[in-house]
Design a protein around this ligand. Structure first.
Ligand code: C5P
Length: 241
């Protein structure tokens, strides 16, 4: 099912105080805030608890990638934090993803907490076709590699994937309507690309099948971030269910 508000705002700020300010400012407009590795490393679980106290949900974007046993422990810890969604790198392999999925299922049941959604990162949106081949040494074309990794995630029992909006149609057509697609790499025509390589405008990403679009600098680096968000909401209106 499509979310009511498909926008996830990335709290890509250095510390706790700045993050809380943003959540305060945007909480009337945003339901899910993304806590990434920078903010989590500086602030720890405290920021997650605070966002929950403010009545909002957390997408914990730590992209776990390690041996299955270690990732399973991280996954159980994420479930105990009560996050709405978190992720692992699909490149960690099927065994790692399966054990992470099993860890959250078991932890949620045993401790009577809501099971978070677990999604797999396919190929980062900052990696393009050349880097995939020349740096990572992966011979498949980008679309085929992303579909392959999405298939691993699907078969391991994950709820969905993080992928470039350029790959959303491809993933949707293979894995059906219930497989979540979360797309960073979102840039309205009026925002800078920064380090993103495979990106699309918000409306186009949703049109191609994304359930959630992650917005970071396209909102927070604008002179008036609230106005930028309003502008994006207008651009996607009619596509929201
Ligand atoms: O500022 P921008 O909109 O580019 O931010 C995108 C956010 O999404 C960043 O927090 C980044 O870490 C995250 N992300 C990404 N690509 C992925 C997964 C997450 O850009 N594959």
């Amino acid at each position: 099912m499509k979310p009511g508000n498909p926008i996830i705002l990335a709290l890509d700020v250095p510390g706790y105080d700045e993050a809380v300010e943003i959540v305060k400012k945007f909480s009337g407009h945003i339901e899910v805030f993304k806590v990434g590795s920078g903010l989590f490393t500086s602030s720890g679980p405290k920021i997650i608890k605070q966002i929950h106290l403010m009545g909002r949900k957390v997408f914990l974007d730590l992209k776990f990638h390690d041996i299955p046993n270690t990732v399973a422990a991280s996954a159980a810890a994420a479930a105990r934090l009560g996050v709405f969604m978190f992720n692992v790198h699909a490149l960690g392999g099927s065994g790692m993803m399966r054990q992470a999925a099993e860890a959250i299922r078991k932890t949620s049941l045993d401790e009577n907490i809501d099971r978070p959604k677990l999604i797999g990162v396919t190929i980062l949106t900052s990696i393009d076709q050349n880097a995939l081949r020349d740096e990572l040494g992966i011979g498949l074309r980008m679309g085929a590699e992303v579909r392959h990794l999405a298939g691993l995630a699907y078969n391991a029992g994950l709820d969905g994937v993080v992928a470039s909006p350029e790959d959303a149609e491809n993933i949707r057509s293979h894995f059906g309507k219930d497989f979540l697609i979360v797309t960073p790499g979102i840039r309205p025509s009026w925002a800078a690309a920064d380090d993103q390589k495979r990106m699309l405008a918000p409306r186009e990403a949703l049109r191609r099948g994304a359930d959630y679009i992650v917005l970071g600098r396209a909102v927070l680096s604008q002179p008036d971030p609230l106005k930028a968000l309003e502008r994006i909401k207008e651009e996607i209106s009619g596509l929201q269910r």
